[in-house]
Design a protein. Structure first.
Length: 216
């Protein structure tokens, strides 16, 4: 249960700046799960996501006096987490000598979890029970992990975390039109990557629904 000692973000910010323990606790309760989810989806590794989570809130607590309040606290936290995750991805890229701008099966996929965006797939012919299977979730998570970093981060913030276009632009340090372009490219890439899997499943369901011919 979230501690609601501070009814508004303005009051919460005041409490944070005053160093009140209840304010720090409420900030963690409100935003730690979402910050972790962003880091985990970007990095595909639980331990690294935990490290980014800790780094994010430590950085936020240390810099709270400099936060001007021109954006939501959540947007500010996402930006800190994104930058921390990006640094880790770049170090990983330097170690493995592949570009983050090229989709490749070599991206760390096996560490990715099962949290999936409900906005990811909109094939109307795919039954709900298929979308909810563990296999389908794994296929979708692997596809997200294979997205280039610039597209993956945009997709995660917009379609999984539900940030607005302007909030996503602020987190990533890009323009709103660029967010729209990247999101469109990410959705097209995922649709192409996943279409064979879900089309096959839909065909199987339709075939199973056709009664077998019986001899007279």
């Amino acid at each position: 249960m979230v501690d609601d000692a501070f009814a508004s973000e303005t009051e919460l910010l005041r409490g944070l700046r005053a160093g009140e323990a209840a304010a720090y606790r409420q900030l963690l309760e409100l935003h730690s799960a979402n910050v972790y989810n962003v880091a985990f989806k970007l990095l595909g590794d639980e331990q690294e996501a935990e490290d980014v989570l800790q780094e994010t809130f430590m950085s936020a607590f240390e810099a709270i006096d400099g936060f001007e309040g021109r954006s939501k606290l959540s947007t500010w936290l996402y930006r800190i987490a994104y930058n921390a995750s990006l640094m880790r991805l770049r170090k990983r890229s330097q170690m493995t000598s592949f570009s983050l701008d090229v989709p490749t099966s070599g991206v760390d996929q096996d560490g990715d979890g099962s949290r999936v965006s409900r906005h990811l797939v909109d094939w109307s012919s795919v039954p709900d029970d298929q979308l909810l299977t563990a296999e389908a979730r794994e296929v979708m998570d692997r596809a997200i992990a294979e997205l280039p970093e610039t597209l993956r981060s945009t997709f995660i913030l917009r379609d999984i975390q539900g940030l607005s276009g302007s909030e996503t632009a602020e987190v990533l340090g890009i323009s709103v039109p660029t967010v729209k372009t990247r999101l469109h490219r990410a959705r097209l890439w995922l649709r192409d990557r996943l279409s064979d899997y879900f089309d096959e499943g839909a065909r199987g369901v339709r075939a199973a629904a056709i009664p077998a011919n019986r001899g007279s």
